[in-house]
Design a protein around this ligand. Sequence first.
Ligand code: GUN
Length: 246
Amino acid sequence: MGDDPASRVYVNNKKKACEEIGIYSEEYALPETTSEEELLNLIDKLNNKPEISGILVQLPLPAGLDEEKVINRINPKKDVDAFHPVNVGKIMVGNYDFVPCTPAGIMELIKESGIDICGRECVVVGRSNIVGKPMAMMLLHANGTVTVCHSRTKNLAEKTRQADILVAAVGIPNFITGDMVKEGAVVIDVGINRTENGKLTGDVEFETAEPKAAAITPVPGGVGPMTIAMLMKNTLKAAVINREEK
Ligand code: GUN
């Protein structure tokens, strides 16, 4: 909804990924003036449409719309973002179908890089519902020792310097500098920030962090493409789940 330029790019990338792998998709680009009721009616329509397996409402919504109410309206079995409280609860318990796409992508990156999480010190900087909180849960399920830091954390650098695996998801450009990174750490940068001159930059100062890190994700081209891949994976899973329901 509305005309958030970053959302436009993300939605285009998601549509492109669907086309590339043969997933049928529909886009509803609603104007900012659309009422909450109209949006909820559209979600109801898609909830009841058998050929639609997954529904995603791109966030943020324009001011005045109740994001929680909108997310709660999505059928949890079609909630490929895993934002619905039913899916959030299932992740907490450890018996889940969908994982939010960004944490799922990060877990895949760690696994495919042959990095062991079990017993390691994992520090997540950021506590959003989309990334920080589910990321912490996923690392915990993989037997990491997890610390979640945020804007009110005191002595942040002291905490981040403990991390074997450091996940930065704060949305502040170059917030994590090399002196905050332990020698040999794995550094995952979730940030996608646009600087004044239009350049994309992460939450990690790559130049100073990279020499200390055993492995580090770049921005762009690190976590972002994995997020999209995991959305496709969740959608395929939803198709199977909803087919079995019929
Ligand atoms: N806005 C930023 N990230 C996301 C995401 O993963 N899903 C949705 N729906 N909106 C977002």
